[in-house]
Design a protein around this ligand. Structure first.
Ligand SMILES: C[S@@+](CC[C@H](N)C(=O)[O-])C[C@H]1O[C@@H](n2cnc3c(N)ncnc32)[C@H](O)[C@@H]1O
Length: 213
């Protein structure tokens, strides 16, 4: 399905960088990232078990995650938003998804994503750490969750359980790919009431937030 394009960027240089980067990487993305995007499958299995009627992935990339859910959660309304047209070129080859070319922080509410009442599950998988406007993205995502629904985040943490030199090298590698762990993200999630689980010596974290009724 073709992505619905309604981007009104606040940060055009960020979007331009994403398209340059993913213009090349999108061809090998799904094959290579499974090795180090740890915890992603765990979150997908949790979402599958929650059997939601509607799911939004913010920063869906190639829509590999949404396609996985489409095969397992029959009849769910599955929607993805991404700022990169290049990634959405891959995503749009997958059937049955609603895709939007949009910056996360620019999502005004669920109505503009075809779900006026909101989504039962909203999730970020390794996308928040690439979003300079992470606070706006988190607030926009929370506005899209139905009362009583759930928000999940899985992303890189700070490698705090890894030996110093390796930790430094990993953080520098990620920064060179515009990936950055912002401690404020975890503060925001915890303040909102999320549970946070570390993965493999703080390689990653998984957060689950039940949004109030
Ligand atoms: C590392 S990929 C993760 C893709 C997918 N979620 C996964 O688990 O494979 C990060 C994605 O976030 C998107 N992204 C980065 N900044 C964004 C923003 N401000 N708004 C929406 N998407 C953004 C990128 O274009 C990219 O597709």
């Amino acid at each position: 399905m073709s992505p619905n394009t309604a981007i009104a960027e606040t940060s055009s240089s960020h979007v331009a960088w994403l398209d340059r980067y993913y213009g090349a990487h999108r061809h090998i993305y799904d094959l290579t990232r499974r090795l180090f995007l740890l915890g992603r499958q765990r979150v997908l299995r949790r979402i599958r078990d929650e059997r939601p009627a509607s799911v939004l992935e913010v920063g869906c990339g190639t829509a590999r995650n949404l396609a996985w859910l489409a095969r397992r959660v029959a009849g769910a309304h599955l929607c993805g938003v991404d700022a990169s047209r290049e990634m959405l070129r891959n995503a749009s080859k997958r059937p049955g998804l609603r895709l939007y070319h949009k910056c996360a922080e620019a999502i005004a509410g669920p109505a503009e994503l075809g779900s006026p009442g909101g989504f039962e599950v909203v999730f970020f998988s390794y996308s928040l750490s690439m979003m300079p406007e992470w606070l706006g993205a988190l607030e926009a995502a929370r506005r899209c969750v139905v009362p009583g629904g759930v928000m999940h985040v899985v992303d890189f943490w700070d490698f705090g359980g890894w030996p110093g030199p390796l930790r430094g090298w990993l953080n520098r590698r990620l920064q060179s790919h515009h990936v950055h762990h912002e401690p404020g993200v975890l503060r925001w999630l915890r303040d909102a009431g999320a549970s946070v689980t570390p993965v493999l010596g703080r390689w990653a974290y998984i957060a689950r937030l039940q949004v109030g009724r």
